[in-house]
Design a protein around this ligand. Structure first.
Ligand SMILES: [Zn+2]
Ligand SMILES: [Zn+2]
Length: 446
């Protein structure tokens, strides 16, 4: 029997469910009908209740359909390559309930396994630790970075780069609180992390101005920094990176000459960074992106005599949501870096030019993401295609947002108004493409 806990409360179909490895071998009809399944769920069978309640919305919407096709059985299946082996890129492993009510419906249940069980060799899906700063999560991030920097020919081959003109330097003299200062560089080579985030408030609590530059070069008070920036410093410390670039503190906000010069180097600043951290799960700089993640109770099933599979209770969101991903300038900051660590609502996503790795264990290839960084991506058709699918803000607004973003790109352009009508989009894009950030790439393409 597959179910491990509360066996005495199982309904009779659930008590007959074999270990998962036997389900994998074929599709098994488990419940005679939706009515049987639902009434077992409502009567307290632990597995039926779990399966029903975790996907309640989907079941409820199917219930309307099923009224047309009563009495059809529900099968339990393994969704993944067979024989069981680590899934190829872009492929999933999960358990599905298949219902054939005139049409075929699959309701998918995300799974994971413990790393110390034999099945972990063939099932790469793991539990998501609620704490994004746990040792386990940091080790995973370090592993992603190490395999990228050592083995990926498309990604940045070296770790040290010429530091941007201004960066925050971290000294770890104090365990609980880092000492920070702004440094101005000319020739120093080192690793640095860039931060991509939503300001949300203006002006920021601490930002670099001509008048406080000398003071920030003396020291930056960690306690006065907003949470998002504090978090970026915390992550950098844990990853052993001494320098962080954050626009609010590394672009002189009231010096147009320096600002213009730095904006012109945005491509280099992001493109040469060791990694960009993207705080995609927060809407303002005052929020912490290192908040605890959702961790519903799993359901334990026996895989075979030596391993278990856990139903995860939810499907971790793979497209980090939140306001950050809907903003065009964040999109821009997403395509310039070689390595991007996205803090999403449910999990971390590590994206480099050779692949995308999800904390849950899923892997995706990088064709779509690699192409944005290539010149052909800058053709308007490609933008429309890319943005339209992923960003919910209307396209013209996105472009307007990007053009009038906080980096002050608008003043660098001529003849473009921030409020574009749909018919102006193409013009808008062509002008946007003349920005220094992309100019060289476009020239390379022709
Ligand atoms: Zn049951
Ligand atoms: Zn890589």
């Amino acid at each position: 029997m597959a179910v491990v806990e509360d066996r005495d409360k199982l309904c009779s179909p659930c008590s007959r469910i074999p270990p998962i490895k036997d389900i994998i071998l074929g599709s098994d009809e488990m419940w005679g009908s939706f009515q049987e399944f639902k009434s077992s769920a409502l009567n307290g069978c632990p597995l039926c209740s779990y399966l029903y309640n975790e996907k309640r919305k989907e079941w409820d919407s199917l219930e309307v359909e099923k009224s047309l096709y009563p009495g059809e059985p529900i099968s339990l299946q393994w969704n993944g390559p067979l024989p069981v082996r680590p899934p190829p890129v872009n492929e999933e492993q999960s358990l599905i309930l298949e219902c054939t009510w005139g049409f075929q419906y699959n309701i998918d249940y995300s799974i994971y396994v413990d790393a110390d069980e034999p099945i972990s060799k063939t099932v790469p899906f793991r539990k998501i630790d609620p704490d994004p700063m746990s040792d386990q999560v940091i080790a995973k991030v370090n592993g992603w970075i190490a395999s990228c920097s050592r083995g990926h020919s498309f990604c940045h081959p070296t770790e040290d780069a010429l530091l941007p003109r201004f960066v925050i330097e971290i000294h770890d003299s104090d365990e609980t609180k880092p000492s920070l200062r702004l440094v101005e560089n000319g020739t120093k080579m080192a690793r640095y992390i860039t931060l991509s985030y939503v300001w949300g408030i203006r002006p920021q609590p601490v930002q670099l101005m001509r008048e406080n530059m000398a003071q920030l070069k003396e020291s930056i008070d960690y306690d006065k920094l907003p949470s998002t920036i504090q978090d970026a410093i915390r992550v950098a410390r844990r990853l052993g990176v001494q320098y962080v670039w954050v626009d609010a503190l590394c672009i002189v906000q009231d010096d147009d000459d320096i600002k213009k010069q730095q904006i012109g180097q945005m491509q280099n600043i992001y493109g040469s960074s060791y990694m960009t951290i993207q705080a995609a799960n927060v809407a303002t700089v005052k929020e912490s992106f290192l908040k605890l993640r959702n961790s519903p109770k799993p359901f334990k099933l026996r895989y075979d005599d030596s391993s278990h599979v856990y139903l995860r209770g939810y499907t971790p969101d793979r497209m980090p949501g939140g306001s950050a991903r809907q903003r065009a300038w964040v999109f821009q900051e997403s395509i310039l870096p070689n390595r991007l660590l996205v803090y999403g609502e449910h999990q971390l996503v590590f994206q480099c030019r050779e692949g995308i790795q999800y904390e849950c264990g899923f892997r995706a290839n990088q064709v779509k993401y690699r192409s944005p960084a290539t010149p052909s991506f800058l053709r308007p058709g490609n933008w429309l295609n890319y943005l339209g699918k992923r960003l919910i803000q209307p396209f013209p607004l996105l472009i307007a947002d990007w053009i009038s973003s906080r980096h002050g790109i608008l003043p660098l352009m001529t003849g473009i108004q921030p409020e574009c009508s749909p018919s102006q989009v193409t013009d808008c894009l062509q002008s946007a493409a003349s920005l220094s950030v992309f100019k060289r790439k476009l020239e390379d393409d022709t």
